[in-house]
Ligand binder design. Structure first.
Ligand SMILES: C[S@@+](CC[C@H](N)C(=O)[O-])C[C@H]1O[C@@H](n2cnc3c(N)ncnc32)[C@H](O)[C@@H]1O
Length: 219
């Protein structure tokens, strides 16, 4: 068992060992809202941006094309996915193996706090997904923003579509986090962050933005 990533890392390696070769080509049809998240980010030129569970590096690659010159970091629990991300991104991003629920960014990247942290279609695959959001918030710089996109509750879509989608997602160990909005409301009090949450595409996906205010002393 590899340090820090354990059984879940092995499970993810199993899911993605072969899938990683076709991941970018296939997921563009159903991981909807990822580009919307990147458009919404609008990072400053000097921004440090961390993707938690970066997978093949698809989003970091897009970010680098859209907003060149930002400092990019990616973390993932699957060495298989990181192998693809490394070959795609080269020196354009610093990548590390780690668990979204508990990681030390100084040890992994030599950097403590990020202007943007984002979680794209990973909370639905992380058993302790609440811990992953808390961990992300802990590494957000004052004035920074945490962004989330993931599967939604499918409430506005026909019931048979929802049943089929949920059954299919289960094959990949994916469970839509239908309580996300309520959990974020709780975290907004605990971490003193401003929270916006909205459904996308009639509930197919959900999007959230959590902003950590600048400290009152201006720091
Ligand atoms: C569906 S992919 C999403 C990849 C990428 N964020 C995207 O939007 O294309 C889910 C990713 O989450 C990673 N993952 C799952 N559980 C994790 C955990 N506990 N810590 C870090 N990464 C995790 C998987 O290895 C996989 O790369």
């Amino acid at each position: 068992m590899r340090d820090g990533v354990g059984a879940h890392g092995e499970l993810m390696d199993g899911v993605y060992r072969h899938q990683r070769w076709i991941y970018d080509a296939t997921r563009k049809y159903y991981l909807l809202g990822r580009d919307r998240l990147l458009d919404d980010m609008r990072p400053a030129e000097e921004a440090h941006i961390l993707e938690i569970a970066c997978g093949t590096g698809r989003n970091l690659d897009r970010l680098d094309q859209r907003y060149p010159g930002r400092t990019l970091y990616g973390l993932d629990i699957s060495e298989q996915m990181l192998t693809t991300a490394r070959s795609k991104l080269g020196k354009r991003a610093r990548l590390a193996l780690g668990n979204a629920c508990n990681f030390d960014p100084v040890a992994l990247f030599g950097h403590a706090a990020f202007d943007h942290v984002f979680l794209s279609y990973c909370l639905s695959m992380i058993p302790d997904w609440r811990a992953a959001i808390s961990e992300g918030l802990m590494h957000l710089a004052p004035g920074g923003t945490l962004h989330i996109v993931d599967f939604g509750d499918q409430a506005g879509l026909p019931a048979p579509f929802k049943s089929l989608l949920y059954a299919w997602l289960e094959q990949f160990h994916v469970s839509p986090r239908t309580e996300l909005s309520a959990v974020l409301r709780g975290l907004s009090v605990q971490y003193e962050v401003e929270v916006e949450h909205r459904d996308l595409y009639r509930g197919y996906a959900q999007f959230a933005r959590l902003r950590r205010p600048l400290r009152s002393d201006g720091g």
